[in-house]
Design a protein around this ligand. Structure first.
Ligand SMILES: Nc1ncnc2c1ncn2[C@@H]1O[C@H](COP(=O)(O)OP(=O)(O)OP(=O)(O)O)[C@@H](O)[C@H]1O
Length: 241
């Protein structure tokens, strides 16, 4: 269980208070869509949760562990078990999809493995399983430069899962994709949440958010103004989107 209370974050030289008071509780397997007008703080919130930004204030607990406390283990837990996918997934274009999955993000991969590209056979099987689950088995041996945008996004997701991600924070994972590819990515994500208990917080266009997310958060004035489960937004709730 993830519990955030009173997260605040001001950005830039003029200390613009983008996040003023963010509080929520999240259970395993939820797929949360972050909505809000341009500049409402969606990316800033994801970056704070990924510990890419220092929090000004607030408490952050995961399974009872105080993440921002003095014990180092809390932050390490997030770095090991959570994956942050930026808008354009960084993959090595000259390596195959499989190699990109195997020799993943620097924080999670031993340096010798990144340099040599060497892998163990159980890692190989694990990576093939994730590629299969994301509908990419037949693309495993292609270089990622030969894949479509949606396929590359799914490789990035497979990489996060292979490296043990329990939570994925994804900033606009389907932006720039054609509608069919976007649906494929969202289908994969929704299935993973349902079947494996993966938790996702992601920025999505409203139409896809309402179709695929189990929960909708509307950010406004530095707060989660609406927190909606199991239904679409009302016209009043979507007025500033
Ligand atoms: N490093 C920074 N320095 C100065 N201002 C920043 C910085 N990061 C974000 N901001 C500002 O904070 C506000 C929130 O930005 P953020 O990227 O979180 O919004 P967003 O909701 O993701 O926006 P969009 O939907 O347009 O991507 C914006 O006004 C942005 O200009």
């Amino acid at each position: 269980m993830i519990k955030v209370e009173h997260l605040a974050k001001a950005v830039g030289e003029d200390k613009n208070p983008v996040l003023k008071d963010i509080s929520f509780q999240l259970e395993e397997g939820e797929l949360v869509a972050l909505l809000g007008g341009s500049g409402s703080g969606k990316s800033t919130l994801l970056r704070c949760l990924a510990l890419r930004e220092k929090w000004d204030s607030g408490t952050f607990k995961v399974d009872g562990v105080n993440i921002l406390g003095k014990i180092i283990g809390g932050k390490r837990k997030i770095r090991r078990e959570w994956a942050y996918l930026e808008q354009n997934a960084e993959l090595n274009p000259n390596r195959t999809a499989l190699k990109n999955v195997l020799v993943g993000q620097s924080a999670q991969t031993p340096i010798w493995r990144m340099v040599t590209g060497m892998v163990r056979s159980d890692d190989y099987m694990g990576a093939m399983d994730e590629l299969d689950a994301l509908g990419l088995l037949d693309k495993a041996k292609l270089k990622t430069s030969q894949l479509s945008g949606g396929e590359r996004q799914r490789v990035a997701i497979a990489r996060a899962l292979t490296h043990g991600a329990k939570v994925i924070l994804a900033d606009e994972p389907v932006t720039g994709l054609d509608p069919k590819s976007a649906e494929k990515v969202m289908d994969s994500l929704r299935n993973l949440c349902k079947e494996t208990g993966l938790t996702i917080v992601t920025v999505l266009p409203l139409e896809l958010a309402e179709r695929y997310a189990s929960r909708l958060w509307v950010l406004e004035d530095g707060k989660i103004k609406h927190d909606v489960k199991g239904r679409r937004l009302t016209s009043q709730e979507r007025v500033n989107l």
